[in-house]
Design a protein around this ligand. Sequence first.
Ligand code: GLN
Length: 292
Amino acid sequence: MGRRDKVARASVYRTVREAALRLKEAGVPEPAASAEILMAELLDLRRGNLAWREEPMTEEQAATYEAWIQRRLRREPVQRILGYTYFRNLELDIDEHSLIPRPDTESVVSVALTRIDERGGSCRVLDIGTGSGTIAVSIAQERPRCEVHATDISEGALEVARANAKKAGVRVHLHHTDLTAGLDALRGSVEVLVSNPPYITSAEIPGLAPEVRDWDPRSALDGGPDGLEFYRRIFEETPPLLADGAGVVLEIGHDQSRSVLELGRSRGFVPRGTAPDLTGTPRVALLKWTGG
Ligand code: GLN
């Protein structure tokens, strides 16, 4: 009996268990969760209901599941295999052109919304390096009276962002450019600037988990020799676009709050403090532009 026949006849639950074991033996992180989430997706079931499934899988289901498990064995993240992930209210599509949206970035959106609300809930927002549209689409969805602009250097990422804006039923003005080059039409008018730029030091990248190192685009991770390259450029290049009193909301690495706030201060921004993630680590830097 070929391996394929064996797999085709196994029950749903046994197939999940065997896959979890193979993932575990291969050293893949969260083997059970990976095996269960993929099966739940395949059969359109809740993860918690799989244990009761004694029915055999069809040959087609078994083949698809096996292909997904093979991808996970190569350390492809579950979200990339699924092609989407959840972020705040949204189900965002993802592909190879952009970073997987992270829960950490949800607090960046929260801080930006507070700044927007201080301005009465309607203002012009700019998200730099939007990737799959994570921040920009969330803001447009949660504060529909804002005019949201977003940039990315990757045309592929912008295509995903465009699809995500459409799926969420919101309008985001997408600009294909390096940071903010050529956005002269926005001169002096951006009231909330937000970004989750690449901030990992180049030297740290080889040591990252394979799920990140081998699958997130390097250009979405690499913040240069000291990890601060994009903050430096944001502080240098954005002032012409900013309105007097604009709020600047930046995601930062766990050990970057002092250096990012200091960098901003040295370029004429006023540091306003940091906001923590769920575990209390400062992961958002907040500054204000007062017109230099
Ligand atoms: N802004 C996008 C996100 O938060 C992409 C960030 C990035 O690629 N560094 O997911």
